[in-house]
Write a protein that binds this ligand. Structure first.
Ligand code: NAP
Length: 254
């Protein structure tokens, strides 16, 4: 990919942050999105200290349709074209059987992982080139491919991201705009801390006894997808730790 403008949602942490660093290293200009302004500013400052690229930060809650459209409308003239959109922002909230789940958690996951992704995509699409240069990468999950115990609604939102990626690809191929999806297994980020509502001890246990993926592993896979020749689209890529052969099996060393 030549020097381009890439928007990354959920760039304040984890996979989005690692992707932002790798894109910057490869000379992309960035639009970094998230709710936590202090973290976005820190990521931007860290990247700028290393790489001579342009960075714009957009603070928004992707669940809020108006915030999303206002934020995108506020972009400077230099960001009228957005070559690639990395739809990464997302979360799991809670881990309970369907009969015991919290409806507030369900709303949060559906509003973020599904509706938020849709709002961002709708707001950004008019700026994505329709000549073959444009690309959307959706971050799904292995949870969207296989339901695991207690995962129910999170799994359903990621199955929706999988399905939407297929639908978007069919709809947007006429321009063409490329649409890819990445479905990671366990990656150590803030993900489990968020899922367990700040319980860092419980979150740490998720990654104990095996070698989980790093956010940078996912960033490299995303960069690979963005960098295929113009006639090639990676429809989807499932990336797993070797110790996690499927959604619900993890081989841990005791
Ligand atoms: P993370 O470290 O918690 O990062 C999540 C990012 O999403 C943060 O930057 C957060 O930013 C942003 N975000 C969450 N809710 C948002 C909202 N309402 N509006 C705007 N931004 C929001 O977790 P991660 O692992 O990097 O997660 C990134 C993506 O990978 C998610 O879609 C997740 O479902 C997926 N995934 C993760 C794993 C894993 O094991 N970690 C596996 C498969 C898929 P703010 O809090 O600043 O808003």
């Amino acid at each position: 990919m030549k020097s381009k403008i890439v928007m990354v949602t959920g760039a304040s942490s984890g996979i989005g942050k690692a992707t932002a660093f790798l894109l910057a290293q490869n000379n992309c200009n960035l639009i970094l999105c998230g709710r936590r302004k202090n973290l976005l500013d820190a990521v931007a400052a860290e990247i700028k200290a290393l790489h001579n690229i342009k960075i714009t930060t957009l603070v928004m809650d992707i669940r809020n349709r108006k915030e999303v459209f206002d934020a995108v409308a506020s972009l400077p003239e230099s960001c009228q074209t957005i070559d690639a959109l990395i739809n990464n922002a997302g979360l799991a909230a809670g881990l309970s059987t369907i009969d015991e789940g919290s409806m507030d958690d369900w709303d949060q996951m559906i509003d973020t992982n599904l509706k938020g992704l849709l709002y961002i995509t709708k707001a950004v699409l008019p700026r994505i080139p329709k000549n073959g240069d444009g690309h959307i990468v959706n971050v799904g999950s292995i949870a969207g491919k296989e339901a695991y115990l207690n995962g129910n609604v999170y799994c359903a939102t990621k199955a929706a991201v999988d399905s939407l990626s297929r639908g978007m690809r069919v709809d947007l191929s006429r321009f063409p705009i490329r649409v890819s999806a990445i479905h990671p297994g366990a990656v150590e980020t803030e993900f489990s801390i968020v899922r367990f509502k700040g319980d860092t001890e419980r979150a740490k246990k998720v990654y104990e006894g095996f070698e989980n993926l790093l956010a940078s592993d996912c960033a490299e896979a995303i960069w690979f997808m963005l960098n295929r020749p113009a006639h090639v689209n990676i429809n989807e890529l499932t990336i797993m730790p070797v110790a996690q052969p499927n959604a619900s099996t993890i081989h841990r060393k005791s």
